[in-house]
Design a protein around this ligand. Structure first.
Ligand code: 3PY
Length: 325
């Protein structure tokens, strides 16, 4: 089947908006194409959007009618963009218009899980603070809390999807006991040694809590002042999901009061801004939404986008549709 780019006019409308957003918000790496088959039996058109730089947020927030409306109005039936999260996309609008939105859940999973494992170990060991001391010419300070032992610690995973499951496996190799909370309990053959618990039980049993749930109205500020107060003292929180799952003001307060011993974060409530209290705390490990970014992610991401495109053309439904039409 021959594919070719058409509807240059509407493409330019969207491209114009992107150019405007880039001017205001910084570089955007990627492209947008409207494609339609030349086969008259296939009259649909699809958009293929590559957002490969989460680090240029807030662009393309929000991916709403104002941004993609002109594209949708051309008869576009499927949007596929890079990345697992789609909290920035107006899925309701797309569904109303009969447009599929497809994500790329495989590409970020292993990379994010590897980075999460690294961050859990860093937080258990307090390595950021030790490194800051070393860089400042100070030797090992025995008055600072010693590293926590993974083998004596329980990891609580919130959200047991692709990434949560991989993190569970990684950390059990380091001797951690794993409990998890998810909307639904996994089938026993998928639990792989992790124990399903209620959210409340997870809070009181976990030495480290790692977040792997999507951001939606049910999870926004899931970790707030009241929730921090119900946790174990001296606990550690790790977040590589979405920043707004945590109320950052409450986290800074909990770090300052000592309730939370350490936090390791890749994502923030107001990206690309990092709360000044998190930067000021010696007990945080901070990455600039980089958990996924390694040398190979772009190629894998593009292959997953193309797979969405291919299955849509073959079957009428992309392989990773997040909405039902
Ligand atoms: O895949 C995503 O949505 C990411 O944010 C990668 O870190």
């Amino acid at each position: 089947m021959e594919l070719h780019t058409i509807e240059q006019a509407s493409h330019d409308v969207v491209a114009g908006r992107i150019a405007e957003a880039v001017k205001q918000n910084g570089p955007f790496v990627g492209g947008i194409q409207l494609i339609q088959t030349s086969n008259p039996e296939f009259t649909f058109s699809v958009a293929f959007i590559v957002f490969i730089n989460w680090w240029s947020r807030p662009f393309p927030w929000p991916m709403d009618e104002a941004l993609i409306g002109p594209l949708v109005e051309t008869g576009c039936e499927m949007l596929s963009s890079g990345g697992a999260g789609y909290d920035f996309v107006d899925i309701k609008y797309l569904t109303t218009k009969g447009v599929y939105y497809a994500n790329t859940p495989k590409m970020p999973a292993l990379r994010t899980a590897d980075s999460t494992a690294m961050m859990i170990l860093q937080a258990l060991r307090g390595s950021s603070e030790r490194e800051a001391d070393a860089r400042a010419g100070k030797w090992f300070d025995p008055s600072k809390p010693l590293a926590k032992d993974a083998r004596c610690s329980t990891l609580g995973i919130v959200g047991m999807g692709n990434i949560g499951k991989l993190v569970s496996g990684h950390m059990q190799h380091f001797g951690m006991k794993v409990v998890y909370h998810n909307r639904n309990r996994l089938p026993p053959n998928e639990e792989n040694g992790a124990e399903f618990v209620s959210f409340e039980e997870l809070l009181v049993r976990s030495d480290v809590i790692s977040l792997h749930c999507p951001l939606n109205e049910g999870t926004r500020h899931l970790f707030n002042k009241q929730v921090f107060n119900r946790m174990k003292d001296d606990m550690i929180i790790v977040n590589t999901s979405r920043g707004a799952v945590i109320d950052e003001d409450a986290l800074v307060e909990a770090l300052n009061s000592g309730k939370v011993l350490r936090a390791a974060l890749d994502v923030y409530e107001f990206e690309p801004k990092i709360h000044s209290g998190l930067i000021a705390s010696p007990r945080t490990t901070l990455l600039p939404h980089a958990a996924v970014a390694n040398e190979t992610f772009e190629k894998d991401q593009q292959m997953e986008i193309l797979l969405n495109l291919e299955t849509f053309i073959r079957t009428g439904e992309p392989v990773n549709a997040v909405n039902r039409i």
